[in-house]
Design a protein around this ligand. Sequence first.
Ligand code: HEM
Length: 164
Amino acid sequence: MHGFIIWLQNSAIGTWTREAFLPFPIILSIHVLGMALLAGAAFASGLRLSGFGAGIPLAQIRRLRPICIAGLILIVPSGLLLFISYPAKAVTNPLFYVKLIAIGIGIWLTWFATPKAVDDPALQSGPVTGRLKLYGAGLIAIWAFVIIAGRLLAYTYSFNNILW
Ligand code: HEM
């Protein structure tokens, strides 16, 4: 593992993204734009499930799925490139693993559990139930957590790179 991390950070791509002037800020910006799409769509779904926008049929939440996919298409490759730029910084920070686990939970909630909830015929009309409200709040909370964890990675590491 140690050898792999050293190899990764000294690879041509890791060195380029870390040391050239433009790549890192560009990749980080792509990561944040992807986050805006994915978390934005998830927040919109979560708000509707929590009872906001009662005039919008619940089934319409499905229409946000392509936005989530577009977000993931931007976020995952840029996230991997950010990782390759400073792999030692990431693997030595427990918050990085917490963020990845939270992403897994967030994707599961957004991708599998939300359609199940919105397709339930019992929920298509009538007031939003307490359980659904809680679920919507959970969706918002998990993506808020991922965003905050991502931002805090820059302030919580103990190793930066290279000499480790
Ligand atoms: C494959 C999934 C992902 C990987 C491997 C990944 C990896 C990373 C890495 C390595 C950083 C740089 C941390 C640093 O500055 O030390 C970062 C920053 C960040 N990530 Fe991710 N990330 C992923 C997905 C996500 C998702 C899904 C979100 C939010 C919805 C997110 C939000 C953020 C934020 C807000 C930052 C900080 C940006 C800034 O410094 O302003 N990431 N990510």
